[in-house]
Write a protein of this length. Structure first.
Length: 256
């Protein structure tokens, strides 16, 4: 499908309006952080939910609810105040290859981040470039695992500098940074701007982007992400990642 840039922008802007709507929340994992009002609860529940956001969406949502129950529906309080004995009951958790040991590691790493780096927002903002946040994600992974950690858990945090598209973290950053007053994304992180964000690239958004000639590269990796970001920034340099709603919606809901 080959459209002129102005036609493509108009087509995608219409789809953004259709899907970037509170209705979207009902069937999306973003509903989990929407249960909370305290900033730290929103960002922690969002991060943990995004981490397990692969596979069947219903199963993601069910397991994310279960994770919040294991954290006493107060994720920030649990993370900063837990004792070792409180971690035992997390061992029962499982979502695909992410298990209870991984969850315990995440809780310990998050405690380290809130105690030593002033929380998730300041850590992601620390290494962000003017036009990209991908190096920041890589530095985040380094700090996340600078405490004693399980080797197996490292695969659950992506590294864009090792050619990962880092779909789940890019989606999480969209949730935290974008705020266009539609009530879907939170926009609670003011130290970063939507212009720095990258589109969460997965099977659905990748396939649609290729059909619309926004993307040529066949693999969904960091090189493809850069190619897609470059194309989307031409359509809207201030908020390129809003087009995630269009690409995802066209792929998942319309089988485009």
């Amino acid at each position: 499908m080959r459209l002129k840039r102005s036609e493509l922008k108009e087509f995608l802007d219409t789809k953004v309006q259709a899907y970037n709507h509170p209705r979207f929340i009902e069937s999306d994992p973003i509903q989990i952080p929407h249960q909370f009002s305290k900033k730290e609860d929103v960002e922690i529940s969002g991060f943990l939910t995004a981490t397990i956001s692969w596979g069947n969406r219903k199963s993601i949502i069910n397991n994310a609810h279960r994770m919040m129950a294991l954290l006493d529906h107060s994720p920030h309080d649990f993370i900063v105040n837990h004792k070792d004995k409180d971690l035992e009951h997390l061992k029962s958790f499982v979502h695909r290859t992410f298990n209870g040991d991984d969850l315990i590691q995440f809780v310990k790493s998050l405690k380290h981040i809130y105690n030593h780096y002033n929380g998730l927002e300041s850590l992601f903002a620390m290494h962000a470039d003017k036009n990209s946040i991908q190096r920041s994600i890589s530095e985040f992974k380094t700090i996340f695992f600078e405490i004693t950690h399980l080797q197996r858990t490292m695969k659950h945090v992506s590294d864009p500098l090792k050619n990962s598209a880092a779909k789940r973290i890019n989606m999480y950053l969209r949730w935290m940074v974008r705020n266009d007053n539609t009530g879907v994304d939170f926009g609670i992180w003011n130290t970063l701007s939507p212009a720095q964000l990258s589109c969460p690239l997965d099977v659905h958004s990748g396939n649609v982007a290729r059909k619309l000639k926004l993307l040529k590269r066949k693999q969904n990796d960091a090189k493809a992400l850069l190619e897609l970001d470059t194309a989307l920034r031409k359509l809207d340099p201030t908020d390129p990642v809003k087009y995630d709603f269009a690409l995802f919606g066209l792929g998942v809901f319309e089988g485009f």
